[in-house]
Design a protein around this ligand. Structure first.
Ligand SMILES: Cc1cc2nc3c(=O)[nH]c(=O)nc-3n(C[C@H](O)[C@H](O)[C@H](O)COP(=O)(O)OP(=O)(O)OC[C@H]3O[C@@H](n4cnc5c(N)ncnc54)[C@H](O)[C@@H]3O)c2cc1C
Ligand SMILES: NC(=O)c1ccc[n+]([C@@H]2O[C@H](COP(=O)([O-])OP(=O)(O)OC[C@H]3O[C@@H](n4cnc5c(N)ncnc54)[C@H](OP(=O)(O)O)[C@@H]3O)[C@@H](O)[C@H]2O)c1
Length: 253
């Protein structure tokens, strides 16, 4: 059986490189002639597996205009696409949806003094894409990037984060969370708990308030939900097109 893939919607890219971070975490770099997108958006990657075309959404980690395109992913048990992608080699074909989607972008975020970017696991990707552009640095006085993982080895992209620290020493703060290991540098907690008990703000030396803050949240849907509920108790509200608020979210599953 031949699988039909609409060339108007999909372009055939080639794997540029596969970078392995841990036994489960990878970046796949792809050369693909995709449409212009906005930093923070996702596209879809697709492969023919058996006689099926399997496609899933992935956020761009690269800034618009930057090549190769990069996607950061975790292999999930029995996940068809992720377990196929880890076997790919440079030069292998992979389909990329031409048009990107998604609203985890700065044009959905009103101005404020401080921008908080809260992520779990692979969801640090879209925030790195945004931070590689000029806009956040022009619009916000302080930017706090939070990356929550289970184990310290899952704190990928240390090189990109060091570059941001060097480039914006007064403006940028990176706060790692490691929930299942003791470290001497990370907060050992989940994000909503560390907001409730004040540990996150103490570490940032900055308060999260409706008057000063915009908060972007991405990753594990249970984390997104309970972080949002915690912030709503403090008077922050979801951003709606007709009613600007303070919280912008994206769920990864
Ligand atoms: C808007 C959006 C953007 C996304 N961007 C990314 C991305 O940049 N990187 C990425 O790794 N995934 C991302 N995902 C998830 C991705 O689309 C796939 O679901 C995932 O890679 C697993 O694909 P699979 O075919 O191997 O398994 P599936 O059958 O699709 O997934 C099996 C199960 O694994 C769990 N799962 C899926 N994704 C994750 C994840 N990232 N972390 C932890 N558990 C997960 C869920 O419980 C899911 O039901 C995104 C999802 C959405 C909706
Ligand atoms: N990372 C691994 O070693 C590992 C091992 C086996 C399988 N996997 C597979 O990989 C997938 C992704 O794992 P992941 O580690 O990237 O993502 P994850 O399970 O979402 O964990 C990332 C971080 O989010 C926290 N978190 C989880 N649920 C939360 C909630 N409801 N509220 C707030 N914070 C929450 C975790 O804390 P807690 O530690 O407290 O949960 C952890 O600090 C898993 O779903 C699984 O399929 C990963």
């Amino acid at each position: 059986m031949t699988v039909k893939i609409d060339p108007k919607r999909w372009c055939e890219g080639r794997v540029h490189a596969l970078r392995q971070w841990t036994d489960k975490l990878y970046s796949i770099q792809v050369d693909a002639d995709v449409d212009v997108f906005t930093a923070g958006q996702f596209t879809k990657l697709g492969l023919v597996i058996g006689d099926e075309f399997i496609s899933r959404p992935y956020s761009y980690v690269n800034a618009p205009g930057e090549t190769p395109r990069e996607f950061y992913f975790v292999t999930v048990p029995d996940g068809p696409l992720t377990n196929a992608m880890v076997r790919m080699k440079a030069g292998d074909p992979i389909h990329v949806m031409r048009r990107a989607s998604g609203f985890l972008t700065l044009n959905e975020v009103p101005d404020a003094a401080h921008l908080w970017m809260l992520s779990t696991g692979t969801a640090i990707g879209p925030f790195l894409a945004i931070l590689k552009t000029r806009e956040p640095w022009q619009r916000f006085q302080r930017i706090i990037l939070v990356h929550a993982v289970r184990c310290a080895e899952e704190l990928s992209f240390a090189d990109s984060i060091a570059t941001l620290r060097d480039s914006y020493p007064e403006q940028f703060d990176f706060i790692p969370f490691v929930s299942r290991e003791d470290t001497n540098f990370a907060i050992k907690a989940r994000i909503p708990a560390a907001i409730s008990d004040g540990r996150l703000e103490e570490r940032a030396a900055l308060e999260i308030t409706a008057d000063t803050s915009q908060v972007m949240i991405c990753g594990n849907p249970d984390m997104v939900k309970s972080t949002q509920a915690t912030l709503q108790e403090r008077g922050l509200a979801r951003n709606r097109r007709r009613e600007p608020g303070h919280i912008t979210v994206e769920n990864y599953w």
